[in-house]
Design a protein around this ligand. Structure first.
Ligand SMILES: [Zn+2]
Length: 317
């Protein structure tokens, strides 16, 4: 008998490596975030995030026409309005509301998830209107307008206390209790959101979001936040960002038998691109990054890499 264990035979060639691989990415793991603007025929590049665009509803549908055949199952919609004003966020003919209807009509099998927040509509750029409970009432209105437009799932990202409770109640009052809530239960006050704020035009005019988003140092509190959202009626929870919070993802999956979704945020995307020297050369780092998130315990991953990863997975078939 050998005096030491030989691992290298497991890595000798691709067949051996595949046989021993424990974690695989699949198209069903992914949720594609889409930034929507008003107008027609628009695909506006986001400078801080090469390969990411803001789409008008018609061009978003065109992109979906390419990605759905490659296995895309879920989208997460963000509205970037021309005109600021909190009331714009729950207009029945708003950008997001209209896009939800169009996507569900054309791609009924695609799960349409809508981001529920007011920061890109609010002139202050904050996710609240000053008071926690009044904000919850507004968020419930936003969620209701998305649900009424046909969203399968609403995703409150504001980190106000009690918003899942208020949204659930409002949806039930309108007989829309079947619409799922995927809450950003543990959203940290992170420096990795920079490029997103460019894309969604939602940088706070003054101050920061530390009075509502979580302190990156807190692990136990993240579990409390998750428990509270699940108790209030969320059916799945999001941890955001992903890479610096893999321990939170791991612990959430161990503690709660519920779907855990990780948000691979804009700064993480930009970081991988910067290190790889561009999107075209990023396949290796992209795959390693996404695998690490799944290995940590995420059931689903929201990522700007979705078009690239679907391309990679369809090439591997
Ligand atoms: Zn917000």
């Amino acid at each position: 008998m050998s005096e030491f264990k030989r691992f290298r035979c497991r890595r000798a060639d691709e067949a051996a490596r595949l046989k021993h691989r424990e974690t695989f990415l699949s198209a069903a793991d992914f949720i594609w975030p889409v930034f929507l603007v008003e107008g027609k025929g628009i695909a506006q590049a986001v400078p801080a995030m090469p390969g990411v665009f803001r789409y008008s509803a018609d061009t978003a549908l065109k992109e979906l026409g390419k990605l759905v055949p490659k296995g895309l199952r879920s989208v997460l919609l963000f509205g970037v309005p021309k005109k600021k004003g909190v009331e714009q966020a729950y207009r029945r003919d708003g950008i997001v509301q209209k896009a939800i209807g169009l996507i569900k009509k054309r791609f009924p099998a695609v799960e349409v998830i809508s981001d529920v927040c007011i920061c890109s509509y609010n002139p202050t750029g904050h996710c609240h209107i000053g008071d926690n409970d009044r904000t919850c009432a507004v968020l419930a209105e936003v969620a209701l307008s998305h649900a009424a437009a046909g969203a399968d799932c609403v995703a409150p990202s504001d980190m106000m206390d009690g918003r899942v409770f208020h949204i659930k109640k409002r949806l039930r009052e309108h007989d829309l209790g079947r619409v799922r809530i995927m809450s950003y239960a543990a959203k940290f006050a992170s420096g990795f959101y920079g490029p997103f704020r460019d894309a969604a035009d939602c940088a706070p005019e003054s101050g920061d979001r530390k009075s509502y988003q979580m302190d990156p140092a807190n692990r136990d509190e993240a579990m409390e936040e998750i428990r509270a959202d699940l108790d209030e009626g969320a059916e799945s929870i999001i941890i955001k960002p992903a890479l610096s919070y893999l321990d939170i993802i791991c612990r959430a999956k161990q503690n709660f038998s519920r779907p855990v979704v990780a948000y691979n945020v804009s700064g993480e995307y930009a970081m991988v691109l910067a290190l790889s020297g561009g999107l075209k050369k990023s396949a290796h780092l992209m795959e390693e990054t996404l695998i690490s998130i799944k290995r940590a315990g995420a059931d689903r991953i929201i990522s700007y890499f979705v078009p690239a990863v679907l391309e990679m997975l369809s090439e591997k078939k």
